[in-house]
Design a protein around this ligand. Structure first.
Ligand SMILES: [Zn+2]
Length: 199
């Protein structure tokens, strides 16, 4: 993989900009790419992309970034295009990165502690952070569990909060993304609301 030129970022555009992303001022930006003989095939950035290993013929192609070329961009990490590392590109890519964290599935595994667990933990911690009887091992364990329950709730509340703030900053910088990102922002705002209510 060639080193990026000075003043440019080397970006796997096919990964960083998912199909369907509104491109705003970047719509129509021209790039050079490589494609196989078929005109509908993927557009690659480098000849040594693993997806081109089997290709019988590869030709250079110029393309403008738009909804249809975006769908054809190779998503292999080796297919990276150079974009300017100043001005609006880094801001756009940061915004997409922040938004992609709202898309991420990992948090959907998280479940809030049950209301009964939260009530029990709150009741116990209202008596003190630690049990009065230092020798009571069971009480120590119950208090430790109650503190863990509270910490989990706080983390669940702060994490969406943090992601929403970062994504909101990205949308402020790239307002053309707003209508597209709104639905997901709402889901996360509701999630934050659920976590803070439970807290
Ligand atoms: Zn490729």
């Amino acid at each position: 993989m060639p080193l990026p030129e000075t003043g440019t970022l080397s970006i796997a555009l096919g990964r960083c900009i998912s199909a369907g992303t509104p491109l705003g001022p970047f719509e129509g930006t021209s790039f050079e790419g490589l494609t196989t003989a078929s005109d509908t095939g993927l557009i690659h950035a480098v000849e040594d992309c693993p997806h081109l290993a089997q290709a019988s013929s590869v030709r250079a192609v110029g393309f403008n970034l738009d909804a249809s070329s975006l769908e054809r961009l190779c998503t292999n990490w080796s297919c990276r295009w150079a974009v300017p590392d100043d001005g609006r590109w880094p801001v756009f890519l940061d915004a997409l990165d922040a938004l992609s964290r709202l898309w991420s599935k990992e948090e959907e595994e998280d479940t809030l502690p049950s209301e009964a667990d939260v009530a029990a933990a709150a009741g116990l911690l209202s008596l003190g952070e630690f049990p009065e009887d230092e020798a009571d091992a069971d009480a120590w364990e119950r208090h430790a569990e109650a503190r863990a329950c509270r910490d989990d709730l706080l983390a669940l509340w702060r994490n969406p909060q943090h992601r929403l703030i970062t994504a909101g900053d990205g949308l402020a910088a790239c307002p053309w993304l707003r209508p597209w990102a709104e639905a997901r922002m709402t889901v996360w705002a509701e999630r934050r609301g659920a976590a803070s209510t439970a807290h």
